[in-house]
Design a protein around this ligand. Structure first.
Ligand SMILES: Nc1ncnc2c1ncn2[C@@H]1O[C@H](COP(=O)(O)OP(=O)(O)O)[C@@H](O)[C@H]1O
Ligand SMILES: [Mg+2]
Length: 269
């Protein structure tokens, strides 16, 4: 099938990378074939997948710059069982140089075309800005998963991203959709969390995942071991919440079966 999902939010520290790595690992447990693409020069998703960003000879940057094929860069079967196109500081080259290239917004889409059908899902870990790397991600993607914290101004912060999605929807990528909004580092006892949730649901309706990710120290510790939390502490709340997210995510992929009402199946009187 090869559905591509970009994890994006131009705000840093909202849980994009944590969600990318842990959703990937949880989907693998659900027997899905997953490719994670690290598009952040910080290379946190690469490190969090147990791959040393300094020691990879080639990164997704080389693919974007036309110096390598995806096959040359691909790392198969990382510790958690998904494949990885690693990223690191070299990506700042693509971020800057792509600006001057013709067809600059479609480089990633073109580069991945051949490999995407080999996977059930491809997850992009985007950088914390709406730069050329993020635009390339959104042009290549089928949908956007937005991790966010329920803080003051959370909705205001989303408007630039939602505007960008809408603009791309009218131009370079008409199929682009919002996959879902994920509340991360969530504390249900906090009144502000509840208020922001109510506003989110008002604006985005059922796009807001029912699953929330609590603040959990295991989630913060796992990357330093180069592991998704599921392989670091599978009994942690963090692991359970990302497994639940994978379940909800997959359930939402199933086509809504038109309700064959009883009236239709019962003989007319
Ligand atoms: N649910 C969580 N509980 C505790 N710490 C978290 C959680 N989600 C993310 N973190 C930590 O918060 C920081 C920012 O998360 P990260 O996923 O890197 O955000 P982003 O990729 O959006 O910048 C990291 O140190 C990460 O380990
Ligand atoms: Mg990140």
């Amino acid at each position: 099938m090869g559905k591509i999902i970009a994890l994006a939010n131009q705000k840093g520290g909202v849980g994009k990378t944590t969600t990318c790595v842990n959703l990937a690992a949880s989907l693998v447990v659900a027997k899905q074939k997953i490719l994670l693409v690290d598009l952040d020069p910080q290379g946190n998703a690469t490190m969090g997948s147990g791959v040393n960003k300094q020691s990879v000879s080639k990164s997704i940057n080389d693919v974007l710059m036309g110096r390598a094929t995806v096959e040359e860069v691909l790392i198969k079967n990382t510790a958690a069982g998904y494949d990885l196109l690693p990223g690191n500081g070299q990506l700042t080259e693509a971020e800057v140089k792509l600006l001057a290239v013709e067809g600059r917004e479609t480089k990633l889409k073109e580069a991945l075309q051949g490999i995407v059908p080999a996977y059930d899902y491809v997850l992009f870990d985007c950088p914390p800005s709406l730069n050329m790397l993020t635009v390339n991600s959104l042009v290549a993607a089928d949908s956007v998963l937005i991790p966010m914290q329920c803080e003051y101004y959370a909705l205001e912060g989303l408007s630039a991203l939602v505007d960008t999605i809408q603009t791309l929807c009218r131009s370079a990528n008409p199929k682009l959709r919002i996959e879902g909004l994920l509340r991360t580092m969530y504390d249900p006892r906090n009144r502000l969390s509840q208020e922001v949730t109510a506003e989110l649901v008002q604006h985005f309706g059922n796009k807001v995942y029912k699953t929330v990710i609590p603040r959990n120290v295991r989630l913060a510790e796992a990357p330093s071991h180069g592991l998704p939390v599921l392989h670091y502490d599978k009994y942690s709340r963090g692991a359970a919440s990302y497994l639940a997210l994978a379940g909800e995510f997959l359930k939402r992929q199933q086509p809504v079966i038109a309700e064959t009402t009883e009236a239709q199946t019962q003989p007319a009187e």
